[in-house]
Design a protein around this ligand. Structure first.
Ligand code: AR6
Length: 174
């Protein structure tokens, strides 16, 4: 049996409401907040999150940094910085893949059981949704194949297009 089977789950709705060990934030290099899911996470976590983020010195695209979750149901937030889509010839695929790998690595290092990802770069950053979803599932499946942690990963779909893409990919089999 595949080590990843049943460990990737599709979820609709607001990532800030999920009672998982860690939620991933689609942040920007300042780590000081923004719109989209980043804004929602900072609002729900409270000002303590911004205070901790100020101590981190920002984050490069493709890298991830961990903070506490403060007022969120999730104990931890893993902030990752996706690529801005510039047509696909500027390493965007590899940078996005690195976001998933580095976020999963932080979760595994802490032996977290459950984590949830938004569709990184699929909003303001303009990454084509089908391409981003394929990269996300490929990277998560590869990571889980080599690690017992996290035991479960939720793919959180805030919009219908993202949900439909993930549904198709997962139906085709990981
Ligand atoms: N829960 C889950 N997913 C959400 C939520 C939510 N509450 N809100 C939005 N999404 P985006 P990016 C989805 O724009 O493209 C910020 O200003 C959204 O529908 O949040 O990586 C940062 O500071 C989309 O599918 O992130 C950066 O400057 C996905 O999350 C920039 O945006 C990502 O959309 C990052 O852009």
């Amino acid at each position: 049996m595949s080590a990843t089977r049943g460990r990737i789950r599709l979820t609709r709705g607001d990532i800030t409401e999920l009672p998982v060990d860690a939620i991933v934030n689609a942040a920007n290099p300042t780590l000081l907040g923004g719109g989209g899911v980043d804004g929602a996470i900072h609002r729900a976590a409270g000002p303590e999150l911004l205070a901790e983020c100020r101590t981190l010195g920002g984050c490069l695209p493709g890298q991830s940094k961990l903070t506490r979750g403060y007022r969120l149901p999730a104990a931890w937030v893993i902030h990752t910085v996706g690529p801005i889509w510039r047509g696909g010839d500027e390493g965007e695929d590899e940078t996005l893949a690195s976001c998933y790998r580095t976020a999963l690595t932080l979760a595994a290092e802490r032996r977290l059981a459950t984590m949830a990802f938004p569709a990184i770069s699929c909003g303001v950053y303009g990454f084509p949704v089908p391409r981003a979803c394929a990269i996300a599932v490929r990277e998560i499946a590869a990571f889980l194949g080599g690690s017992p942690h996290p035991a479960r990963v939720d793919l959180v779909c805030f919009d219908a297009e993202v949900y439909e893409e993930y549904r198709k990919i997962l139906a085709a089999g990981v």
